[in-house]
Design a protein around this ligand. Sequence first.
Ligand code: NAD
Length: 295
Amino acid sequence: MTSIGFIGLGHMGGPMAANLVKAGYTVRGFDLSQALLEQARQTGVIPCASLAETVDAVDTVITMLPAGKHVLSVWEELVVSVPSGTLLIDCSTVDIDSARKAHAMAAAENCPSLDAPVSGGTGGAAAGTLTFMIGGHENVFAKGQPIFAAMGKRIIHCGGATAGQAAKICNNMILGISMIAVGEAFVLGEKLGLTHQALFDVASVSSGQCWSLTTYCPVPGPVPTSPANNDYQPGFAGALMLKDLKLSQEAAAATGATTPLGAKATELYRLFNELGNADKDFSGIINLLREKSGG
Ligand code: NAD
């Protein structure tokens, strides 16, 4: 069976690597954090002291790193450390330009590559129910599919190189905007004397229905599992939402797309982060809207 090198064992990469082990893969792991390497060892990952040691005798390498600059610096070393033909997969969420450069680096060393960002958060990573959105050649996608199946539930081939990142950026722009829309509706409902439950009962079966309302409701009560019921502990942190919205605005500027609500959402999440909420769940933006409405 395929043996896999996994680089970046953080909130997402740690549980994803553990699920690969559970599925029977041999997984060699690397992270700059010793503590995370130790945690990974406990899930059956073979901890390695360097990138070179991690990719020794593996046929696939997965990276799950914070941002484009980390991916490019790791891939620069990676592509010259593996034999040609090694499958390289980046699951991080990065800007389109970095994704394009990573694919080009891999192609220059005759390594097939995929951009494969995920949605589903840390819960989905632990449960093995992530959604993968994948960019790259169809034949390469087919090669990677069993690996994705060990970590996720929905695996979608979005098109050629960078299409996965494009889908991720567009999806999360919808998410950021829709969470603000739902938050605004609850704050307006409060002003109008409407209970949270009444608004939820109507909107969740009417045309206002969306994931930000029905799965991730930003007020406590209607959806008991949403972070609002747990003092907005993430979940999906405000810092990550701002990161993804900034990627959408970079992509919009580069392509000439007009995204006025994406721009406004970016501005509001920037303020949310500046006010000390970077570590709070992004659905906590409702509290900013409530404060701006006079409490
Ligand atoms: P994280 O910060 O917890 O993990 C990243 C890991 O990469 C860290 O442990 C860090 O030490 C390691 N790292 C950085 N540079 C390295 C290097 N040169 N060599 C080896 N290791 C290195 O981040 P995360 O929450 O796991 O997110 C990872 C990616 O997934 C990000 O791009 C994020 O946007 C995306 N993402 C996160 C979530 C989420 O809910 N956390 C959801 C979807 C997508």
